[in-house]
Design a protein around this ligand. Structure first.
Ligand SMILES: Cc1cc2nc3c(=O)[nH]c(=O)nc-3n(C[C@H](O)[C@H](O)[C@H](O)COP(=O)(O)O)c2cc1C
Length: 437
């Protein structure tokens, strides 16, 4: 029997939380989840469910979405979520984490426009609602692999923790300040293209160990992008301000790591003495500055899937060939939920939300309702479940229940496909399309 078996019902969940001395509010009141949210940008999100970005690694030769990508977003739109956060899309070819990662460029832009419009039209036709669309713009940094099986890391600082974990030699060069200056321009070009495609917002992705997240924790870097808080956050702040000024057709936001769980001086939002403890002082300061820039919402996240996946995506089974981290997944779920709560409560009028609850399977509805009712977050994000069970938002909103036969099993199969550089989806619930090699 698994050391930490799945929890079967809400009574067991309450007991499990009490045993760990943890809290998470539960509710069966779905009125807050069904309530539209009017953003400061003027747009309305028709309900509180968000499809979190989930890479499919199935682009065509120019980085454009293919039929499989269209199918993925069609399923998301049919599932009823009010906000669809389109997956990590590289701003440059060398910024890709996989040769088949989405890449927005002059050759692929029309196909992205068609995808955005198709996704919205599917939701319009089925629900009569207008979804809000955000495109996540990324540079994969340390995890760049622009050519199949060929890593080409781009690093902001040397890390005694992460260099060792990913075999980066001590003399490996850092990205220079002038290269970073030029990279800002690549984000602006991509944001302009995203606006042309019709996306409502762009996410200057700053999470999960990728380049912009690494910069936030680049305490040991010298020059204008490292060291002090102002320098470490400079790239993100300046790029977001430039999008705000130069691309007013879209709103600008970020999927922001507020706790890397990588030991000081190599991680953001981490207690200086103990990396297992978060310290949100700097993330709060950064959120305040992003609010001044004008973000209408923030997608809050934690951890690094290559290094400490149990922080971001508590799982039942680890990726094959890796050691499971000995932690109750319930603890991981509650940690993520509470970090989002701390951020949201510090900024009650700036909508925020998180993810990381897939391991709870069919108990997600009660947790989502409880979080929303108690203002622990303003929206509710779903990642792996969107692959396994894209209809979950509609099922929750209409029946208050998720079908146990359709739920994500947190088996790490989708992550394994990703690591194998194969098109990524659910190997259990969507197995005719996705199978492990
Ligand atoms: C296969 C896979 C692909 C993902 N792709 C992205 C991505 O493109 N951008 C991103 O910010 N997070 C990505 N994530 C992280 C998820 O959005 C989410 O944070 C994580 O799965 C935990 O939430 P969950 O428990 O709802 O699945 C991905 C996760 C998986 C497993």
């Amino acid at each position: 029997m698994a050391k930490y078996p799945f929890i079967k019902n809400y009574e067991e969940l309450q007991a499990g939380l009490a045993q760990l001395d943890l809290t998470i509010p539960l509710s069966d009141d779905l009125i807050p989840a069904a309530k539209p949210l009017i953003l400061d940008s003027g747009l309305t999100i028709p309900n509180r469910f968000v499809v979190q970005p989930m890479e499919g690694f199935d682009s065509g030769p120019n980085g454009e979405p293919t039929e499989l990508g269209f199918r993925r977003y069609e399923r998301f739109a049919e599932g009823g979520a009010g906000l669809i956060w389109f997956e990590a899309t590289a701003v440059l070819p060398e910024a890709r984490s996989n040769e088949q990662q989405f890449w927005l460029n002059e050759k692929s832009v029309n196909r992205f426009a068609a995808l955005e419009e198709h996704t919205k039209s599917v939701a319009r036709k089925k629900y009569g609602h207008e979804i809000v669309s955000v495109l996540q713009l990324t540079h994969s940094g340390r995890y760049s692999k622009p050519v199949r099986h060929n890593r080409k890391p781009v690093i902001a600082q040397h890390s005694a923790v992460l260099d060792a974990a990913h075999n980066i030699p001590a003399d490996y060069p850092l990205i220079t300040d002038s290269e970073l200056d030029r990279l800002q321009d690549a984000y602006i070009t991509a944001a302009k293209r995203a606006a042309k495609c019709g996306f409502d917002g762009v996410d200057i992705k700053s999470c999960h160990g990728y380049l912009l997240n690494e910069l936030l924790g680049a305490f040991t870097r010298e020059g204008k992008y490292g060291g002090s808080f102002g320098n470490r956050t400079r790239f993100l702040r300046e790029t977001m301000q430039r999008v705000k000024n130069e691309v007013p057709q879209v709103f600008v936001t970020s999927r922001l790591n507020v706790y890397d769980a990588v030991k000081y001086p190599y991680g953001f939002g981490t207690d200086k003495e103990n990396y297992q403890v978060w310290d949100l002082t700097e993330p709060r300061q950064l959120a305040a500055e992003l609010k001044t820039i004008g973000v209408p919402l923030l997608n809050i996240t934690v951890g690094n899937p290559y290094f400490n996946p149990h922080f971001n995506r508590p799982y039942a089974t680890p990726v094959r060939g890796t050691e499971p981290y000995d932690e109750n997944p319930l603890y991981g779920v509650v940690r993520f939920v509470n970090i989002v709560r701390e951020m949201q409560q510090a900024f009650p009028d700036l909508p925020m939300f998180g993810a990381g609850t897939a391991w709870l399977r069919n108990l997600v509805p009660g947790v989502a309702a409880g979080i929303l009712k108690n203002n622990w977050a303003t929206l509710f994000g779903m990642g792996r479940s969107s692959f396994a069970y894209p209809d979950a938002p509609n099922d929750i909103l209409t029946t208050n229940v998720m079908d146990i036969k359709k739920v994500c099993l947190a088996c790490s199969g989708c992550t394994e496909l990703m690591r194998a550089e194969e098109p990524t989806g659910c190997v259990i619930r969507d197995r005719f399309f996705y199978a492990l090699p």
